[in-house]
Design a protein around this ligand. Structure first.
Ligand SMILES: [Fe+2]
Length: 250
């Protein structure tokens, strides 16, 4: 059994709650699909926790922190958060050694992993860190056919912060519609694992999936949202709306 998580976004309270839930289920094999940082108030502790994982894929927010020019497509709130996040990894401050390790860790994140017919990316196989696969893309067959042509069997993604399953028959199903469980078939399937630290499916709980090779199970975990909101409000470089949105998961 493995836990596949994504989009922690420096939300330590959500991350800790998800990790406690994963541990309680006896699962130790954890994969992250990117965006450990960005938006939230605790980038360094989130990076440190993820350093123990089997695999961490590069997200667009790590990419933006690593290569400052990579903020095209970021709105002003996100860009402000990227700049503040990069400063937390300051190589000249007291935390020099720990930050050197954090830069090395982020710098080593692969953009794509493929094995056993399964692809792991942050966004999409076509543009691993940037392209979004939206729930409404089932009405955009050209786009979905292009994406599916790069998938051998399964593809796990994050990036939109909206969990669900896309199948080649141009169907999207939300976790609720699936009763939170999807049995893998022989058909090509794209699985969005949702977001731990900034869900946007109108459910404020942290979301991740468990996968055992045959079943995908969507897990939702409650956490202390107000604690994270207070921390965001306390950092002037982080827009208050980044905290507000956590209350509703939007
Ligand atoms: Fe993200």
């Amino acid at each position: 059994m493995q836990a596949i998580i994504s989009d922690v976004h420096s939300n330590l309270e959500a991350f800790q709650a998800a990790l406690d839930d994963i541990k309680r289920r006896g699962v130790s094999d954890i994969i992250c699909l990117g965006d450990l940082v960005g938006y939230g108030p605790d980038p360094c502790p989130c990076i440190d926790l993820a350093a123990e994982f089997r695999l961490c894929i590069l997200g667009n927010h790590e990419e933006a922190v690593l290569f400052e020019a990579q903020t095209q497509g970021f709105n002003p709130r996100a860009t402000g958060a990227v700049k503040w996040t990069a400063k937390q990894f300051d190589m000249l401050g007291d935390d020099r050694e720990a930050n050197a390790r954090r830069w090395d860790f982020m710098g080593a994140m692969p953009r794509i992993y493929s094995g056993n017919g399964t692809l792991l990316v942050h966004g999409s196989p076509s543009d691993p860190t940037r392209e979004y696969i939206y729930t409404t893309d089932v009405r955009n067959p050209n786009k979905m056919e292009r994406i599916f042509s790069q998938v051998e069997h399964l593809c796990f993604v994050g990036h939109t912060h909206v969990p669900g399953i896309w199948t080649e028959d141009m169907t999207y199903r939300s976790p609720e519609e699936l009763d939170y469980v999807y049995r893998i078939t022989a058909n090509k399937t794209i699985i969005n694992v949702g977001s731990v630290g900034q869900p946007r499916d109108n459910d404020p709980r942290a979301c991740y999936v468990l996968f055992d090779g045959t079943m995908v199970r969507f897990i939702k975990v409650k956490y202390d949202v107000e604690a994270t909101v207070r921390k965001i409000y306390a950092v002037k470089e982080l827009d208050r709306s980044l905290g507000d949105r956590l209350r509703e998961g939007r």
